[in-house]
Design a binder for this molecule. Sequence first.
Ligand SMILES: Nc1ncnc2c1ncn2[C@@H]1O[C@H](COP(=O)(O)OP(=O)(O)OP(=O)(O)O)[C@@H](O)[C@H]1O
Ligand SMILES: [Mg+2]
Length: 475
Amino acid sequence: MPMFLVNVFLICFSIICFLFLVRLFLHQTALIYVVRRCVEWVEDRVHVHQHFRVPEFNDSTHQENLFYRRLSLYLNSLPSLEDSDFTNLFSGINPNDILLSLDDHQEVHDVFLGARLSWLNQIERDLQNQVLSRSFLLRIKKKDKRRILKPYLQHIHTVSDDIEQRGKELRIHNHSNGKWKSVPFNHPATFDSLVIDPDLKTKIRSDLEAFLKSKQYYHKLGRVWKRSYLLYGPSGTGKSSFIAAAANLLNYDVYNVNLWQVADDADLNAILLQTTSKSLIIVEDLDRYVLEKSRARITSSGLLNFMDGILNSQDDRIMIFTMNTKDGLDPDLLRPGRIDVHIHFPMCDFNSFKNLANNYLGVKEHKLFPQVEEIIQSGARMSPAEISELMLVNRSSPSRALKSVISALQSNSKQHVAGKVSTAASPAMSEDQSGGVDWKETVVPKEFRKLYGLLRLKSCRRAGSLDHDSEIIER
Ligand SMILES: Nc1ncnc2c1ncn2[C@@H]1O[C@H](COP(=O)(O)OP(=O)(O)OP(=O)(O)O)[C@@H](O)[C@H]1O
Ligand SMILES: [Mg+2]
């Protein structure tokens, strides 16, 4: 190889090594930030900027400027504040939360749609260090202003709304004499602790989350932005726990409407008008109210208007109705549009039992599991509430807990058999009322019962899902 080429190769190699070492040095010593800042400083000097001030109070009326509060939430959440040389740290409502907060005259940068903006926290103080006025000053390049200012301000609204929603203390509201009274809502239920079919859980979670994002879509259709769910199933299957889990997931307040406490349609209207948006409106045991027509004081049309959201057109509502059974109810009451999603809560099947054992006892597999499976497949039914209670009191010994579940299932099975024999001449009970056991099981041999148990198990699993025929996914 000619000497000339060797020299060129060596020079190139040395240059690459040198550049690599410079880069390493800049990163190691944070000099890269200094260089970047110098570039930004020069860039800032060559552009024409425009400034916008957001004062805390309106200068003439001394009214609070709500945008200032939102902006403060937004700026204190910016990732660039975390990366800044200096900032203040405070604890939040929850003592474990640490919040960042801009210091006096601190500047923070933001990037939106490729444009770089900066905010200055302006605070004027008197000689005694008392605050005279507070404001934020926005600096934006003139060339970017026309393009991004409007969407940027909208973006601040959306993000601060979200922060406010996530940070707020949840409350549960109950009404008496036409007035709501609230207390903090600290129910620990979450979708993770709720034992339902995993696919169903995922579907419900994404349905709720999709609802949150669909405000524009509902408005375009001229519809009130609300979604309604019907939870139905026997007692102790997790309907109320679902409500608590949904409130915790969405960070929505809960308004518990007790229809028996409502004097008439006007009273129902008045109560609803006092509720706020971003809330869950709950009506438990709707079936009992509707079926006891003689005691009910709300007219059918009053109830339907309430369910349709006509009485209260406030946005961002989720209504949840619970009932033990849909049997005997007018199908119109539950028609699509009035109730968007029907969710069945079945009695405990073997999969749910295993999930409960995992949650309550920390046991994934156990030698007694096959016995439990066999009894459940033979038709014995208990609610998740009954099973979880037995596990809870015996949590120190998983074997004892499982044995007590087995003996409870066995006695439940015997009771059912006895009950069914005595009513063998009557028609089959509905699945919800019987907890999934049919009177026919009392007269078929064991092998058939096992097979039937398996079939029921499958159908039960299917039942524990969104009712697709009545589900409308409006996205
Ligand atoms: N599916 C479930 N997953 C986890 N725990 C459950 C489930 N169902 C019931 N439980 C347990 O049972 C207790 C009672 O359940 P919950 O109050 O949610 O039942 P419900 O369906 O609302 O009953 P009811 O119709 O009588 O009001 C809950 O606190 C919870 O601990
Ligand atoms: Mg309940």
